[in-house]
Design a protein around this ligand. Structure first.
Ligand code: FE
Ligand code: CA
Length: 535
């Protein structure tokens, strides 16, 4: 059952020019609008700042857009956040969800209290909805109305489903590129976006920044909130959120580069406080239910969702419960690149990327009665050695990804093989490159049967490593069918009972907000045959 007709693409929500809305949102820790900002706003047709500051009702309260997520058969989550100077400590936010774009047939409505202690974020949870149906939603508060978002429910768990259209995306560092990829994705007829981590970056603006981020290195709650607001001020990202529901997992940069559990990259004593602040800001800014609000510095990220009888989608958290990276440089945490011969700890079977409880949860939760199991997780699973694994180094590996936890990877893929889990497709991000790979439990075994397919997607904006280096590594990694670090974009997928189609969409220039987009490669995976094929 294809639950169409397809709704029209959502227009880009109207919002202020970025610099204006940002400077109005957090006046206490940031200079007011500059003359340059004012001129830019005037050029864009906005009223001068002094006029818009004159009355509270004129301040755009929905400048960060709207979003929806966690679509289940009869419920989902609607998100927004009130911003701007002079907000009351608490404000009622009304929401409505309709069966039509004109809001003539209301399916659900309610009111949420947006409170200062959750950054005036709203997490509304309409229930009792129809499965496999498109809806439209909007919010109103303080005399203003939000942009309209479009969302949908999942099919009923026992429903036959002919097709699922989804995108994968990751790594949208704000200052090094523009969000043309989101503009293109928002115009596609997608049922779902799977966002696979690095929604924000905690760094100060890069030297080669094409647009600045506010402030310096992010460590405190107010700073994380401001950084989310900067990323979310982008109209193309807002359009992508407004176009369909998202499922999200986080990676490291929502907190700090290369963190592992409660250990930061710089081994700072107060890292637990930093992580708690980061997790809270993450929950505040994502379309996640109230039940996931972080508690005591922890937040449950992993979960699963059935898309009718077509697929089970498993969301993994490879940051919160992982063991620290092996063989870190002296006095530092985080990742490095090491020769296996110099780092026997890599092979310690006690080390895990998911933590023992999540590993067990995954092993026990595979769908054996559906053709597809999609694994939405953070990083590259296929082995990628930078020299010959049969040589004296025994292989040279980056320790932050699955290569840093090879025994955990072997356990996961062995379970897939032993239990004959159907249609396992590993989806990832993190490495700012498009990798397509066949996955085997033991990469050294000759003619090992392929047990799963992998599509690890390139970044929306974040810069990739040198393509020449990747080209040289190809010879040592025959399971990698595709390895391109030189282009930015997103993954476009169509899943049917018998086949997965993948199209690696890449931009001509990620610094150009109007960049054209095209295909870097097309692949298919047939049900019952895990090896990836060129389309
Ligand atoms: Fe990244
Ligand atoms: Ca990352």
């Amino acid at each position: 059952m294809r639950d169409r007709p397809l709704p029209k693409p959502v227009p880009v929500p109207v919002s202020l020019p970025t610099s204006m809305s940002m400077s109005m949102s957090w006046p206490s820790d940031r200079a007011g609008p500059t003359r340059r900002h004012l001129l830019a706003a005037l050029a864009a047709g906005a009223a001068p700042a002094f006029l818009r500051h004159a009355r509270a009702a004129d301040r755009p309260r929905f400048a960060l857009g709207v979003a929806s997520g966690q679509p289940q058969a009869t419920r989902l989550v609607l998100w927004t956040r009130l911003v701007g100077e002079g907000l009351p400590a608490q404000a009622d936010v009304a929401w409505e969800l309709a069966e039509d774009e004109a809001f003539t047939r209301i399916a659900a409505r309610g009111t949420e209290l947006a409170s200062w202690d959750d950054a005036h974020s709203v997490h509304a949870e309409p229930q009792g909805l129809q499965p496999a149906r498109w809806y439209w939603y909007r919010f109103s508060a303080l005399g203003q109305r939000s942009a309209i978002g479009r969302t949908r429910t999942a099919p009923a768990p026992d429903a036959a489903v002919e097709r699922l259209d989804f995108a994968t995306a990751s790594c949208q560092r704000y200052d090094v590129g523009r969000y043309a990829a989101w503009q293109h994705a928002a115009a596609q007829p997608l049922d779902l976006v799977l966002f696979l981590g690095d929604y924000i970056y905690e760094y100060p603006s890069a030297a080669q920044a094409v647009r600045p981020v506010e402030g310096g290195r992010v460590r405190r709650l107010e700073e994380y909130r401001a950084r989310y607001a900067t990323h979310k001020s982008d109209p193309a990202l807002q359009a992508a959120h407004a176009a369909c529901p998202w499922l999200l997992v986080w990676d490291d940069h929502e907190v700090e580069n290369d963190y592992a559990g409660l250990q930061g990259e710089f081994l700072e004593a107060d890292f637990a406080d930093q992580r708690a602040a980061a997790y809270k800001a993450y929950w505040e800014h994502m379309p996640l239910p109230k039940a996931l609000r972080p508690d005591n510095g922890a937040m449950r990220m992993h979960g699963r969702l059935d898309w009718g009888r077509l697929a089970r989608i498993h969301l993994l958290d490879d940051r919160q419960m992982r063991d620290p990276q092996a063989c870190a440089p002296r006095g530092r945490g985080g990742s490095t690149t090491v020769r296996l011969a110099d780092c026997p700890a890599l092979l310690d079977p006690r080390r895990t990327l998911l933590g023992p409880a999540q590993e067990r949860w995954l092993a026990e939760g595979w769908a054996l009665d559906r053709p597809w199991n999609l694994l939405a997780q953070q990083t590259l699973m296929a082995r990628c050695s930078w020299d010959d694994p049969a040589g004296p180094s025994r292989g040279t590996y980056w320790t932050d990804g699955w290569d840093g936890y090879p025994q955990a990877r072997r356990r996961l893929l062995s379970t897939v093989a032993e239990r004959r889990v159907p249609g396992v497709v590993v989806l990832g991000g993190d490495v700012h490159a498009n990798y397509v790979a066949d996955l085997v439990p033991d990469p050294d075994a000759p003619r090992a049967p392929v047990v799963a397919a992998e599509f690890c997607g390139t970044s929306i904006t974040s810069l990739g490593l040198d393509q020449a280096r990747l080209d040289r590594a190809r010879a040592f990694n025959p399971h990698l069918l595709h390895a391109r670090s030189d282009q930015r974009g997103y993954g476009r997928f169509t899943l049917r009972p018998g086949q997965l189609q993948a199209d690696l969409q890449v931009l001509a220039d990620a610094r150009d907000p109007a960049s054209p987009i095209g295909s870097q490669g097309r692949y298919v995976v047939e049900a019952g045959r895990p090896a990836v094929q060129r389309a």
